[in-house]
Design a binder for this molecule. Structure first.
Ligand SMILES: *Cc1c(COP(=O)(O)O)cnc(C)c1O
Length: 876
């Protein structure tokens, strides 16, 4: 029979054990081993059964055991210590509090997914894990972040395999009452609600669940409330599920409802209002529209701002992080669909729908007028934007250059902050303990989180034999994990226990172990290793230098192509000839990842460069002394060194022929594994150890480890984006925003008349000596604008064979008197030839205003017209 209603009966903890409740509800336990160990000691068996989830553990420990613990002095002392430690962590001053005055009072961080722990499964892959690591590091650093997301009733999905190796999806129901969450309530005790107006007079209501991530609150909106109609209740059913209207509603709830949830949270708790809003990928971009709407509302007897001024205020305090150079990864909606959901009969009635649509309109090459692009809107609503590795920053500047016509890609205002990973979460306990003796037990947590020179020195001093022993321990643990998971998978695939005796022989703790686990979009090329099956088999079965490979990954439920890749891989691993050396483990998630990264010797990544924006699994592997074997893409392009692993050569130039490219890159991969990786792993020095391998492990731990930390990443966000955004937002008050919006409107209208008509230089020969100076004279026409509205610049730099200037030096030219008889203004300035070789120069006119952020902000520029230059003068 099926229950019609479900309740969760909470345990009553005996008085002395009450602090366990707070310790279980603050997710800091997920990255604080001493707290986890405390929970384990409550009931080791049940702790394992619940997957190490303290809240579920407390729900199933028999009262007798709790009574026993309540009388155990040793346990109570450890409980008091853990509780004290948590209190100290929550209250003390940390890095952020030492940054001086003027830091943002709070920052709201929006993301469609958050991967904090397997016990709160609200993520699909790297984007969510990154968001989780961002919150945890912000907490460690004392950064006053408020996380905002959705609570998906089914999370993403659980993956299993059919007998034939076809991916099966399961959607377990998550009861929020069984998760480490509590409801945000009004002062009368009723649940706080955010409400969105939908077309046709319908309403979309959502409750606000709060998770506590150390010091950082995470608000999750949940539309499964009884007052909603059925369709509205299902808006938060699944992560990345459903058709485009469903996605649009999710994103409206996340962005618009999310801002309303933050307002409710601040009102009810007294938390300071965020000065900066950060959207992790475009999905939450509607947050900017809701804030715009706030500014356009009349308040305290004062009229609301006009659209343009409100836009300036919003953009000044908004940060947008783009995460993908893959067009399919960017949300695009039909314009008509978006139009239907905004306006007088739906959401944000105060904003003209035309204004909303214009924000998401694509421009430039390949623009589709019928489409509303969330990334484009994100860039227009945020004055600060970034990609997630240096390479991805460059690729993004090119990809979005169409939004800043007339500017070279290098001037597109998208910077980069390379992702990082949260070391306390992703470092195996055994690796954490490495070098601990040199640091002192009480400071190990901090040393791991910060990755400072002290820890590097301590790990650097560990004898090679000890490091190698550690690697073996971790590999052995992985072998056990692989067998367990493979067994479970085969039982689900319908095999009987009697057929599975061979699983005991799967993997060997002495064999070089390669890992590959990630989502399965086509650019990540799950099956590149299968390109030449015979060659792969030969690698696996090599008589002296065998390799064993563990593979995992979920395909998106709607991606049959991805599921075919999974199946091809599973079929290969099912072959009795190789099944003891290569396995596919279903249901890749955080719980599996924690075991996988430390246990592998080599972490493989072979995306189609440059489509992996950053990638973070290789960083987590590196934290544990696993070496990387990867295409030079994302973070590896930036930090690869021969001491940290191997670079798989790429055939980017052959991008047109993907088949050929796969062939070339697969061959390079086999070659590396056969000739470099395996020989180095199996070679033995005078003491019987693989000395050179051990040295690479040591360098990876001590030199690469400190770079890949999320602590470094969050500090960069604070100093390079959050703090400047907060300052800009404060400066962009009512008057300033009105002035800037008015200026921009005037410039846009007058710009077609702006022209550079004449350029002349005093040295007219094509060659000049280094150190000599040219006198530049420029004639510009400004139409309705005056000299105060613009800046005239000369740019010089090295030129290539097509006369394109790269990395130019910029000099501001000075206006000289009033207009001549033709209405032209003269500008002059010296141009010093400060380098040898072929150089060129050009001039341009840009808008100038003290409140403008960068040269390209307005997207307006005037270059010399054809024929404006004289002979001997190189033009752009
Ligand atoms: C780190 C992580 C990812 C991201 O890995 P990439 O290599 O960036 O794709 C995905 N899933 C899980 C469970 C992770 O821990």
């Amino acid at each position: 029979m099926k229950a019609i209603r479900r309740f969760t009966v909470r345990p009553v903890l005996p008085g002395p054990l009450a602090p366990l409740n707070e310790l279980a509800r603050n997710l800091r336990w997920s990255w604080h081993p001493p707290t986890r160990e405390l929970f384990r000691s409550v009931d080791p068996g049940r702790f394992e059964e619940t997957g190490g989830d303290p809240l579920r553990l407390l729900g199933c420990v028999p009262p007798a055991r709790l009574a026993e613990l309540a009388a155990e002095d040793g346990f109570l002392a450890r409980l008091a210590e853990a509780h004290q430690d948590l209190r100290g962590y929550l209250e003390g001053a940390r890095w952020y509090q030492e940054q001086g005055a003027g830091q943002p009072a709070a920052i709201a961080y929006f993301s469609p997914e958050f991967g904090i722990t397997a016990a709160l499964p609200q993520y699909s892959g790297g984007l969510g894990i990154l968001a989780g690591d961002h919150l945890k590091s912000a907490s460690d650093l004392g950064v006053p972040l408020i996380g905002v997301g959705l609570l998906y009733r089914h999370g993403y999905f659980r993956q299993s395999l059919s007998r034939e190796g076809w991916q099966q999806e399961h959607y377990p129901v998550l009861d929020p009452h069984e998760l480490p969450l509590h409801l945000l309530r009004e002062s009368d005790g009723s649940p706080a609600l955010t409400v969105l107006a939908l077309p046709g007079g319908r309403l979309l209501r959502a409750r606000i669940w709060q998770a506590q991530v150390g010091r950082v609150p995470l608000l999750l909106l949940d539309s499964a409330v009884e007052e909603n109609d059925r369709a509205a209740r299902e808006v938060t059913d699944r992560l990345y599920g459903g058709g485009s209207e469903h996605r649009l509603l999710q994103e409206m709830l996340l962005g618009i409802g999310g801002v309303r949830a933050v307002r409710a949270y601040c009102r009810l708790t007294g938390h300071p209002a965020p000065e900066v809003f950060h959207t992790n990928e475009g999905h939450a971009g509607f947050l900017g529209l809701e804030r715009l709407h706030e500014y356009t509302q009349a308040r305290d007897g004062r009229p609301g701002a006009d659209f343009g001024s409100a836009l300036e205020r919003v953009a000044a305090g908004t940060v947008f992080t783009t995460h993908t150079p893959v067009p399919a990864g960017i949300d695009r909606f039909e314009t008509a669909l978006v139009a239907r959901h905004f306006g007088p009969e739906a959401e944000l009635p105060g904003i003209e729908t035309g204004h909303v649509l214009a924000l998401g309109t694509e421009t430039g090459e390949g623009a589709d007028p019928g489409v509303f692009n969330m990334a484009v809107m994100g860039l227009r609503l945020a004055r600060r934007a970034n990609g997630v590795s240096q390479l991805h920053g460059r690729v993004s500047r090119e990809m979005f250059a169409g939004l800043w016509p007339g500017f070279d890609a290098e001037e597109v205002p998208i910077t980069s902050i390379t992702n990082g990973v949260h070391a306390p979460t992703w470092t195996a306990p055994e690796v954490r303990a490495l070098g601990a003796r040199g640091i002192g037990a009480e400071r190990v947590e901090e040393a791991v989180a910060l990755g400072g020179p002290e820890r590097a020195a301590a790990v650097g001093a560990v004898p090679g034999a000890e490091l190698w022993e550690l690697r073996r321990t971790l590999r052995t643990q992985l072998v056990g994990e692989v067998r367990r998971r493979l067994w479970d998978s085969w039982r689900e695939r319908g095999a009987s226990a009697a057929e599975l005796g061979w699983i005991e022989r799967v993997f060997d703790p002495g064999i070089l172990t390669v890992g590959f686990a990630r989502r399965v979009p086509s650019y990540k090329r799950l099956t590149l290793m299968l390109r030449d099956p015979d060659r792969l088999r030969a690698l696996l079965l090599h008589p002296e230098r065998p390799v064993q490979i563990v593979v995992a990954g979920k395909a998106h439920p709607a991606d049959d192509g991805g599921k075919r890749l999974v199946q091809a891989l599973v079929r290969f691993t099912d072959d009795p000839r190789v099944r003891e050396r290569i396995v596919f483990l279903p249901d890749y998630g955080m719980a599996m990842a924690e075991k996988l990264y430390p246990g592998c010797d080599v972490w493989l990544n072979n995306p189609l460069r440059p489509l992996e924006a950053c990638g973070t699994s290789g960083m987590k592997a590196a934290l544990n002394g696993c070496l990387n074997l990867s295409v030079l893409d994302g973070w590896w392009d930036e930090w690869y060194e021969p001491d940290f692993g191997w670079a798989v050569p790429t055939a980017d130039g052959d991008a047109a022929d993907e088949d050929r490219r796969d062939d070339l890159e697969a061959r390079a991969l086999y070659e590396l594994l056969e000739r470099r990786v395996a020989p180095r792993f199996y070679e033995r020095g005078p003491e019987g150890l693989p000395d050179r391998w051990i040295e690479m492990v040591r360098r990876t731990l001590t030199q690469l480890g400190p770079k890949v930390l999320a602590g470094r990443m969050v500090r960069e966000y604070v100093t390079r984006l959050y703090a400047p955004a907060a300052r800009a937002a404060r400066a962009m008050d009512e008057d300033a925003s009105r002035e800037l919006a008015w200026f921009k409107g005037r410039l846009r209208a007058a710009w077609p008349q702006v022209a550079v008509e004449h350029v002349e230089a005093s040295a007219t020969s094509a060659s000049a000596e280094v150190g000599s100076t040219l006198a530049l004279r420029v004639g510009v026409r400004l139409g309705e604008l005056g000299p105060d509205d613009v800046q005239v610049q000369a740019l010089t730099g090295r030129v290539d064979s097509a006369d394109r200037i790269s990395s130019p030096t910029t000099v501001a030219l000075k206006p000289l008197g009033g207009p001549d008889l033709d209405g032209r203004l003269r500008y002059e300035g010296p141009l010093t030839l400060d380098r040898t070789g072929p150089i060129g120069y050009t001039v341009r006119v840009l808008p100038a205003h003290r409140l403008l952020g960068g040269a390209a902000e307005l997207g307006l520029v005037a270059w010399p017209s054809e024929g404006a230059g004289e002979s001997g003068v190189l033009l752009r």
